[in-house]
Design a protein around this ligand. Structure first.
Ligand code: PEP
Ligand code: MN
Length: 362
């Protein structure tokens, strides 16, 4: 993987002319549910049919997937609709069963990609099967290296058709998302490995139906290569993730409304305008960084005084005031509360580190 562009551009080779569109239920439940959903998903841009066969659940006792018996249903999907079946594998046994039924597209789930032992086991079971397409979901924890490591394990087993799926990250704090997008992580992935297609999974990011479109559109603005959305013939009656699944009809509507953005502006004048605005942004960014450097100088002076006085670094009362002022400023200036809160948490952490370096007591 030293060479960043070693991955085969398998998605380009498909020449779809639009983002790869994957849809299907969270879980395969019954043969009727699978077939009815698949048939209803045809006729638009969907080319890949997802369905969970073995389900990783947070707590035992929940529905854990119908298992192997769903595989012949997916063979029927391929035969009757032409949609390519796509399932999750979490161990070597799953891979062997999928291969036995001729399934060509597999994904590694977010709980599995966080576990190098499990990913290695899957990689070994796939060794040398060059025709397979394997997509690696981001690990549940926001760790870019772990995500790249999982991709590398699959790649080293001889799989070149690799894609990744951004499904958001678990966070402990309250959040409007089931899994926070943390866009900077997939964007860094794209920067480091630009030839690996990046697919958005807005269903697992949102955990509810009403934000699926916005997250998918945001991903297209960021030049993602495809979308994967959970769709069920009767979403409310789904055996898993009922709240975030949409009917095939709604799915078609979401896909139709999504606007695919051009990577670059075509007309010269537009390009010039954009360049000018970008230069402006570069200047503002530089000013922001200069101000941060200035802030940290002052912070270090405070650290010095704290050290002399032998008082602790953390002064929660003071921090509350800073935080509150920032949130009030955000409200008056069209910034989101979440943005300033995140920003100031990072600033606070860096300030503490700078003070510590300066020798203040912890
Ligand atoms: C899924 O796609 O159904 C799934 C289990 O997703 P994740 O691994 O992202 O939680
Ligand atoms: Mn699901």
């Amino acid at each position: 993987m030293e060479n960043r562009s070693v991955f085969r551009r398998w998605l380009d080779a498909m020449q779809l002319g639009h983002p790869l569109t994957i849809a299907g239920p969270c879980s395969a439940e019954t043969e009727e549910q699978v077939l009815e959903t698949a048939h209803a998903l045809t006729g638009g841009r969907v080319t890949v049919f997802r369905a969970g066969v073995w389900k990783p659940r947070t707590r035992p006792g929940n529905f854990e997937g119908v298992g192997e018996q769903a595989l012949p249903w997916l063979v029927r999907v391929k035969k009757e609709t032409g949609l390519e079946p796509f399932i999750e594998v979490a161990n070597a046994k799953h891979v062997d069963k999928a291969l036995k039924f001729g399934i060509k597209m597999l994904w590694v789930g977010a709980r599995t990609s966080a576990n190098p032992f499990a990913v290695q086991e899957i990689a070994e079971a796939l060794r040398g099967l060059r025709d397979m397409i394997v997509m690696v979901k981001n690990p549940v924890n926001p760790d870019l290296d772990l995500w790249i490591g999982a991709v590398d394990r699959i790649y080293r087993a001889g799989i070149e058709n690799i894609g990744v799926i951004h499904r958001g990250f678990s966070v402990y704090q309250k959040s409007p998302y089931r899994n926070k997008p943390k866009w900077q992580i997939p964007l860094n992935f794209k920067r480091l490995l630009p030839s690996v297609p990046m697919i958005i999974d807005p269903s697992h990011i949102c955990g509810r139906r009403d934000c699926i479109f916005d997250i998918a559109q945001m991903a297209l603005e960021l030049q993602y290569d495809g979308v994967m959305i959970e769709s069920h013939i009767h979403p409310d009656a789904a055996w898993s993730d009922a709240k975030q699944q949409v009917t095939p009809e709604v799915l078609h509507d979401i896909i139709r409304r999504l606007i695919v953005k051009k990577p670059q502006a075509e007309e010269d004048r537009l390009k010039q305008d954009l360049n000018e605005l970008r230069r402006h942004i570069d200047i503002i960014d530089e000013q922001i960084l200069e101000l941060f450097a200035e802030r940290m100088k002052v912070v270090r002076l405070i650290g010095h005084i704290k050290k002399q006085q032998n008082i602790s670094l953390l002064q929660p009362g003071r921090w509350e005031v800073v935080f509150k002022r920032a949130v009030e400023f955000a409200a008056r200036n069209g910034l989101s509360e979440e943005f300033v809160k995140t920003l100031f948490s990072v600033i606070h952490e860096e300030s503490l580190m700078q003070q510590k370096k300066n020798g203040a007591k912890e």
